[in-house]
Design a binder for this molecule. Sequence first.
Ligand code: AMP
Ligand code: ZN
Length: 113
Amino acid sequence: MDCLFCKIIKREIPADIVYEDDEVLAFNDINPQAPTHILIIPKKHIATLNDIEEADLAIIGRLQYTAAKLAKERGFAEDGYRVVMNCNEMGGQTVYHIHMHLMGGREFTWPAG
Ligand code: AMP
Ligand code: ZN
């Protein structure tokens, strides 16, 4: 399968990996939009948020749990941070393997652009 993030999971493409377990991989975004900008992905290939099935619910929860864990480790959990998941073209998705953006270390505005 020609998926960039699956290739990162299989170590066919290098990435700056910051966390891994049986279900989840996290690595620094190549084009960071904040002092900390980590992508948290399921090891299972799921193309978009629309493709999540009921059997995937635990994996999705693990993405969010991992984001909070990494935010605490890095010391910005209490100050606050932003998590984002983009879906399809209008949502700004460019890589079609779902990923949670964890951004911290600066103040974020709302609404998002
Ligand atoms: P999205 O636009 O929500 O699909 O986010 C895709 C993200 O993947 C962007 O923030 C990119 O900077 C990031 N990205 C693309 N290629 C790589 C890569 N090889 N390693 C790490 N991050 C990447
Ligand atoms: Zn994939």
